[in-house]
Design a protein around this ligand. Structure first.
Ligand code: NAP
Ligand code: GDD
Length: 350
């Protein structure tokens, strides 16, 4: 029976990865930070499972990492912990650095010091590409047809556009350095955006799906609700489902040799495309009637376009995204409609 430690277990990916590893008979040690209010809503279904252990810790505290890894002697360590909101990173750059960059280095240092070294997964991000892309056929960004070139893959240059992306890139380079210098089995998954019914409520997809669900119930009750405040609607993202993506993380650590992989669907859609599709789920075409552009939500610097090509993962990990854009949007909206029906409308408009 394998043992895995998951940093970031209470987050979206941590909860799905726990589900996956438990289904594979792992013993899972999920690390959670102490909080004055409960932060375990995504893992309540796991709390009474014998093979699932919740441990208090924090990746900014190396002594607690040292103790835990040496006590548990895990086979695998997944670092999913981060201050993961790009917008927030502009307001809290130092905190983002301490958690998202330094936290990864803290874990690497502890693993380096161990006799039996666990395999290590680092949650890298497509945000690291920033404004960079690769191109075939000389297509320009202004002259694009949907889902054609450009793209990002493992060869594309990095040029981070936020404190979050800078911190992720530092952690990414540290992971490569420790793999090459100290022979650690360390992999970075360069994951493009992945969402789900468990997505944090301040990421744009969930903010929209929750609003649409609230609008649905308000309309049923003959009420109106305030407009949804959004920032940049033209940014394009490659959106997949988190359940597919945690499978890729696990597969990376089962290979004979460690490497880095781009994980993405290969398709790109704008925030406005997501908005349109979500409102379609409640048979509403006039979606802009419900939206207000709030300048304070526009970031000082933006990543305009992401579309990942996962050929390497397809070939070596036999991995491919199984849930497409329309399914993803529909699952999120339907889930939010069902869960908000139990409550009065509860708005997230900012
Ligand atoms: P998430 O829902 O925001 O979860 C982040 C997790 O990190 C939470 O469990 C959080 O705990 C924990 N955390 C924050 N600070 C910590 C600290 N100091 N010590 C220990 N734990 C801490 O993020 P996600 O969407 O699951 O993403 C997982 C990872 O993949 C993140 O590193 C993210 O940056 C990266 N990533 C995500 C995507 C995506 O589209 N989802 C794409 C590429 C990369 P609390 O619950 O207590 O806040
Ligand atoms: N959050 C948010 N809120 N984003 C908005 C809003 C809004 O009200 N309005 C427009 N957007 C735009 C953002 O400017 C961005 O271009 C896009 O919607 C997506 O924003 P997020 O959902 O916050 O995700 P992200 O792409 O910035 O970052 C996510 O994906 C990264 C991988 O590419 C996060 O999960 C990161 O942790 C992850 O690394």
């Amino acid at each position: 029976m394998k043992k895995a430690i998951i940093y970031g277990v209470t987050g979206q990916d941590g909860s799905y990865l726990s589900d996956l590893l438990l289904s594979k008979q792992y013993t899972v040690y999920g690390v959670t930070r102490r909080s004055s209010s409960d932060n375990t809503s995504r893992i309540t279904h796991l709390l009474n499972i014998n093979n699932f252990n919740l441990i208090q810790g924090d990746i900014t505290d190396t002594s607690s990492i040292y103790r835990l890894l040496n006590e548990v002697q895990p086979d695998e360590v997944y670092n999913l912990a981060a201050q993961s909101h790009v917008g927030t990173s502009f307001g809290q750059p130092q905190l983002t650095w301490c958690v998202t960059a330094q936290g990864c280095l803290n874990i690497l240092e502890v693993i380096r010091s161990m006799g039996n070294r666990p395999r290590f997964y680092q949650a890298s991000s497509s945000e690291m590409f920033g404004d960079q892309f690769s191109i075939r056929n000389n297509t320009s960004l202004n002259n694009l047809q949907s889902n054609q070139d450009p793209y990002q893959d493992e060869q594309t240059a990095f040029n981070p556009q936020s404190p979050y992306a800078i911190a992720k890139l530092a952690a990414h380079h540290a992971t490569t350095l420790y793999r090459n210098s100290y022979d650690l089995f360390a992999c970075s998954g360069i994951l493009f955006n992945h969402e789900s019914e468990r997505r944090g409520e301040r990421f744009v997809t969930r903010k929209i799906s929750r609003y649409v669900a609230n609008l649905y119930w308000a309309t049923q009750r003959g009420r109106s609700i305030p407009k949804l405040k959004l920032g940049n609607l033209s940014a394009k993202r490659d959106w997949g489902h988190a359940e597919d993506y945690v499978e890729a993380m696990w597969r990376m650590l089962q290979q004979d040799t460690p490497s880095d992989y781009v994980i993405a669907t290969g398709n790109t859609y704008s925030v406005e495309d997501y908005l349109k599709e979500a409102f379609k789920c409640i048979d509403t075409n006039e979606y802009m009637d419900y939206v207000e552009i709030d300048q304070s939500l526009i970031r000082p610097s933006e990543v305009p376009y992401l579309r990942g090509i996962s050929k390497k993962a397809e070939k070596r990990l036999n991995w491919k995204a199984s849930i497409g854009f329309k399914d993803l949007v529909s699952r999120m909206v339907q889930h939010d409609i069902q869960s908000s029906s139990k409550h009065e409308e509860n708005y997230t408009t900012t």
